[in-house]
Ligand binder design. Structure first.
Ligand SMILES: [Zn+2]
Length: 104
């Protein structure tokens, strides 16, 4: 299965500081909420014209948590971070690059 077409079969939020995804191809990925916040691709974090990150990843505490995790259509996840940020939409392809699945 081409990587970009894999989608989550199970999304788990067992720990508020993490997101765990089981993919339809059998792989599993685990993300720290802080790592997702630092990689947020939204227009408030990345300049849409230049692609330059305008949000300082160093400002994100390691113990950041997330809530309100939800699917966006059939291509992405969104969530609300404990710093109040909620405009990030994380396409599955981006998640697969951020947290390459462990297929073992
Ligand atoms: Zn953002």
């Amino acid at each position: 299965m081409p990587e970009e077409s894999a989608s989550p079969s199970v999304i788990r939020r067992s720990d508020p500081a993490r997101v765990e995804i089981e993919w339809t191809d059998g792989g599993r990925s685990s993300f720290a909420a802080a790592a997702l916040r630092r990689a947020c691709p939204c227009a408030r974090c990345v300049n849409e014209l230049t692609g330059v990150r305008t949000h300082d990843p160093a400002s994100v505490p390691d113990d950041l948590t997330q809530s309100d995790l939800r699917l966006v259509g059939n291509y992405a996840l969104s969530m609300t971070f404990s710093d109040g940020h909620h405009t990030g939409i994380f396409p599955f392809g981006l998640l697969r690059r951020l947290g390459p699945p462990d297929v073992s």
